[in-house]
Design a protein around this ligand. Sequence first.
Ligand code: ADP
Ligand code: MG
Length: 384
Amino acid sequence: MSNTTVDSAVQAYQEQFDSRPTAAALAPGRVEIMGNHTDYNGGYVLLAALDRGTAVVGAATGDDTITLVAADFKRRAVLSARDLKRDSQNSWASYVLGVVQQLQQQGVPVGGFNAVLRSDVPSGSGLSSSAALEVATAFFLRQLFPYEMPPMEIARLCQRAENQFVGVNCGIMDQFSSIFGRADSLLFLDCLTLTHHPVHMGRDDVAIVICDSAVKHALTGGDYNTRRAECMAAAQHFGRKLLREVSWDEFVAREMELPENERKRARHVLTEDRRVLAMREAIARKETAPVCHLLAEGHASCRDLFENSTPELDFLVDTAVMLDGCIGAKLTGGGWGGCTVNLVHQDAVRQFSQDLAARYKEKTGRAAHIYACRAAQGAHTVKV
Ligand code: ADP
Ligand code: MG
């Protein structure tokens, strides 16, 4: 996420609308470092906002017409601020309109505007380009149609936009990290209480390298729903609504009462919560050895207990940890394909990325997409 993204959006705006934009906002994508499938169980998660983001630049028109240009997709959509409707030809516009609708429902008089969207967050790779777009839209619109709202409320508003207008049942963590990101810090979030705080990494020589396996296995939706149902059933067995409310001691004492799959899913979620807390501790104390160990345990738990890894992700993790400069690696995001996250010493990043890509290509014949990132600040406006 750099001003290059904004500059490029400004340039596209001038070409498209033959005038200068009056407002701009930039919001980052995010990656989960630890806390895989803990969010909907009310658990803990450690995230990083990335130095890759989505820019929304534009100006108010004074009428009711909203004209959106998706510069990355070379698409234009023309809509009405008085009659917000999904445009089946331009589904990407729904992420913006959903935010417009939620703001209007809060009494913010959002009228017509022109805007260009531009991003260097890969879309659909699990780095949450969708939340980056929603949050950038909310920060952009706040300049055109000023409103006061606490940051967590803006996160919730963007989440509702995605839930209700786009129709994706996402949790709060993506929008949360896009707003609360801090340079060189991870973000701790308690998904039950929404308590949160930054965890300063304390060293600027560690990069967050994301490796997209470029494989998405079929049946993902079905697997996701099955896992979620198994977690809820396990919690219910203990008389609780969420696994978070089951204590570790109680779980260990009675886990054998559960059907095998429910036991495995619940064991993953409850050990993962403990790993998030241990990782937060290790990072705060600047200890590398436990971080390395916890990342390995986290991946093994996904692979063996939650069973959301793939042979490609296992290969990427097993290969990465053998390469010079790698502190640790694990799968990240939903699983069944998608990405791994690697913590890598900055001076080794280039060689690490080349070697990982080469070995992956040799093994699978596929080209992995590798993004070397840093933990970065959250959404903000940019002067244009
Ligand atoms: P993820 O959030 O993991 O990247 P999603 O499927 O949730 O994947 O969101 C991706 C969708 O968000 C895209 O298909 C598109 O509709 C919208 N989107 C993301 N980035 C942009 C962009 N730069 N311009 C227009 N639409 C975007
Ligand atoms: Mg998304």
